[in-house]
Design a protein around this ligand. Structure first.
Ligand code: OAD
Ligand code: ZN
Length: 229
């Protein structure tokens, strides 16, 4: 596969949209595919908003397992390279690795594994270890976007604003199985952005990209950015 070197200097408003594939080389499982974390979980039962009222123990256990994996892992070469690309990163990932790798402008579209919201009152915190609300004593739920939910208003707002005037839209490591990719792709088409996608597996969106590469992003991105070897 011939990877064309990208001249970043030609673009003023870069948006990078990332998914679980970017953190896969760090040892964080993706959600779908053969080793996908959701294959092991009844997501409709345990990963929707009311799961944390109905089945708090089971639901928190699923989140805490993922938290343990994330806490033991660290950003990889993809995160490092993307921190040098600049622009805005809109990530579906909840591991905080883009920020850890030094990216300044990151929108966590599905929030972060460490954040919590109260199921009853307005308590919310970006990093909280417990599962009982310190203000009202009700159960807490993760702040992350759960099944059948929309992303939080603030990330939705910031992400849509970031797409305005986007001239380069780079998508890495997402199956596009949730509506976010199609939404941002539509925005990128509207903005006439140059569109590039890197994914391990083929997906139905390739035809809408100017360049689409199939393979490991940790191998393809350095060539694309001209920093390999
Ligand atoms: P998926 O698990 O659906 O897709 C992961 C994608 O990464 C697949 O297309 C793989 O081909 C690709 N991939 C895996 N390893 C890769 C590598 N080394 N280089 C390049 N690509 C690679 O994950 P997402 O699309 O991110 O929501 O899933 C979107 C959302 O669905 C997640 O944010 C999650 C889930 O429900 C929440 O956690 C709130
Ligand atoms: Zn509360």
């Amino acid at each position: 596969m011939q990877v064309k070197k990208l001249d970043l200097n030609r673009y003023n408003n870069i948006v990078v949209f990332t998914g679980a594939g970017v953190s896969a080389p760090s040892g964080v499982p993706t959600f779908r595919g053969d080793d996908g974390y959701w294959n092991t979980v009844d997501v409709q039962k345990y990963m929707s908003a009311d799961s944390f009222n109905k089945y708090p123990e089971e639901s928190w256990e699923i989140i805490n397992k993922l938290k343990t994996v994330i806490e033991a892992a660290k950003p990889n070469s993809i995160h490092d390279l993307l921190s040098r690309v600049g622009g805005t990163i809109i990530t579906q990932n909840i591991d905080g690795f883009h920020q850890k790798a030094g990216s300044a402008n990151v929108i966590e579209y599905h929030d972060n594994i460490h954040s919590v919201l109260c199921t009853e009152c307005t308590f919310s915190q970006a990093d909280y270890p417990g599962i009982i609300c310190p203000e009202c004593g009700s159960g807490l739920r993760p702040g992350v976007t759960l099944f059948n939910e929309s992303p939080h208003f603030d990330s939705e707002y910031r992400a849509k604003r970031a797409m305005r005037g986007c001239d380069l839209f780079l998508v890495i490591g997402t199956s596009g199985k949730v509506t976010s990719l199609s939404t941002f792709l539509r925005a990128a088409q509207f903005e006439n952005s140059y569109r590039i996608m890197i994914n391990m597996d083929h997906n139905d969106y390739e035809q809408y990209f100017d360049e689409s590469y199939t393979g490991p992003a940790q191998d393809i991105l350095p060539v694309l950015l001209g920093v390999s070897g």
